[in-house]
Design a protein around this ligand. Structure first.
Ligand code: 13P
Ligand code: SF4
Length: 302
């Protein structure tokens, strides 16, 4: 083991800490993490660990969600300024305006959002449970924020409800992937299955053999009899699959790359320094915590 990894291991024991990482993190960060998962798994597991300190290798909304769920633990972000572009596409004021326009609708808030946006929402969802969350609602109409692409995917599955979206809400990394990019990759690899994250546009979702969250995409490729896949999500997932399944082939369908610089902001050095200095703590104001926690807990109770 190299020196920096040894230092992280030692500090982890001293602090009674666990390291959580999303699949979009650099592979070397995923490899030192105790828990790697999609957004739902990370939220659930952060709540269930008995560590005193959670080092969250992900973007700020993920650390914030862990801090909301675990008020008795210290949640540290190695890159506290690494935000999510999608979360920043909507403000609580935008949500209130939508609510005033559609007062009988339930507000479903994708977990990729700030605590302030969650605080004005009725229930959260992640990409792995969004359809189930919306189906569970008694309301006939839904304001789905911030991601209009995930919202459109859910609307295609839940046809008995009316949906309203925020026009700017999307992940720029997923949204920029075009059907043409995927077609070009499929032309080079005609036998490959196309696996798509629902943050992609409807035109890309239409081409999919399978649509799911990051974890669901990984599990699908493990179970599939197919030996090659075109992966339409951030390339951290593609790199993880190539590491786990060296006998299969995985392709990134874009010359522009599918790279989230916020997710790639963390280095091993930053993880060591976070643990050493106990820096980057996520602090959520107690009034905001009460309001923002409700929609997350309502989702987890399902
Ligand atoms: P999932 O891991 O839930 O699929 O979410 C993807 C994502 O965009 C995280 O930022
Ligand atoms: Fe946010 Fe998109 Fe990056 Fe995920 S990939 S953290 S949704 S900007």
């Amino acid at each position: 083991m190299n020196l920096i990894k040894e230092k992280i291991e030692k500090l982890k024991k001293e602090r009674n800490a666990v390291i959580l990482a999303h699949y979009y993190e650099p592979l070397e960060i995923q490899q030192i993490a105790d828990i790697v998962g999609d957004s739902l798994e990370l939220a659930r597991k952060s709540k269930n660990t008995d560590a005193d300190v959670l080092v969250f290798c992900g973007v700020s909304f993920m650390g914030e969600s862990a801090a909301l769920l675990c008020p008795d633990k210290k949640v540290l972000l190695p890159a506290p300024n690494a935000g999510c572009y999608m979360a920043d596409t909507i403000t609580p004021d935008d949500v209130i305006k939508l609510k005033n326009k559609h007062p009988d609708s339930a507000v479903v808030c994708y977990i990729n959002s700030t605590a302030a946006t969650k605080a004005v929402s009725d229930i959260c969802c992640t990409s792995s449970n969004a359809v189930k969350v919306v189906r569970s609602l008694k309301e006939d109409s839904v304001i789905f924020i911030p991601d209009k692409n995930l919202g459109a995917y859910v609307a295609s599955k839940v046809t008995d409800k009316q949906f309203y979206f925020h026009p700017n809400g999307c992940c720029p990394i997923h949204d920029k992937l075009s059907a043409k990019d995927v077609e070009a990759c499929k032309a080079l690899h005609p036998d490959a299955e196309i696996l798509v994250h629902p943050e992609c546009s409807a035109e890309v979702c239409k081409m999919a053999d399978f649509i799911g969250s990051t974890s669901q995409i990984i599990d699908y490729s493990k179970d599939s009899a197919c030996g090659e896949f075109i992966i339409c999500t951030e390339q951290g997932v593609t790199e993880r699959m190539a590491m786990l399944m060296p006998e299969k082939k995985f392709y990134i369908p874009s010359e522009k790359q599918l790279f989230c610089d916020s997710m790639k902001a963390i280095t091993l050095k930053m993880v060591a320094s976070t643990l050493e200095n106990m820096s980057g703590e996520v602090i959520v104001d107690s009034a905001l915590r009460e309001a923002a926690l409700k929609p997350i807990e309502r989702m987890l109770a399902l």
